[in-house]
Ligand binder design. Sequence first.
Ligand code: G3P
Length: 231
Amino acid sequence: MKLFIDSANLDHIREIHGWGILAGVTTNPSLIAKEGGDFLQTVHDICELVRGPVSAEVVAQDVDGMVEEGRLLAKVHEEVVVKVPLIEAGLAATRVLSSEGIKVNVTLCFNATQALYAALAGATYISPFLGRLDDIGASGIDLIEEIVQIYANNPDISTQVLAASIRHPGHLIQSAMAGAHVATVPYKVFKQSVKHPLTDRGNQGFLDDWATVPDRDIVGQVQRWLSSRVV
Ligand code: G3P
């Protein structure tokens, strides 16, 4: 499974990218609006930083408008993936854009038939929203499982399941276990899930014990050890 970050905050993206685990980024109009910067410059900067797929969403609601916005967004950077909403016009726009070689992330997916339609329209990614389904008492993970199975049953489908609206570490693990190809994870969830009190306690215990060793300079020890072995 690949991990994307769901953010338009360059500092947050830079920090998590520094962990060496990030394959891409998803943005949406809400995330872009929250940061307040220039939309296209932000998208370009993220692409340059991550050098992986970066989803940027259209806001037009008709086919021609989505196609026009999508073609232009795709020119901003070669890593841009055009994000379109899962409405009727979004499916038609996906067909046009994907047939031109433009990658499309079809977003706001809440049932398996929507996901099948997006795949048949040529989507590169389908984004089922786990958290928002859980919010209304449905099961986001059940939807991920359904979509993964439907796609697996249809070898012609190459669309990747991108688990979105992830609200906590459990969503991330359940998505991975259900076979999602990608999860897009908010900064807060990355920070929550990397920490464990036993890791911190164990790390501190090792440091405390090492503090009792007379020569604690590992770099110096290794350099002396290596030079003593040169013939
Ligand atoms: O990027 C789309 C999605 O991840 C939004 O998540 O938490 O606003 O439902 P959320």
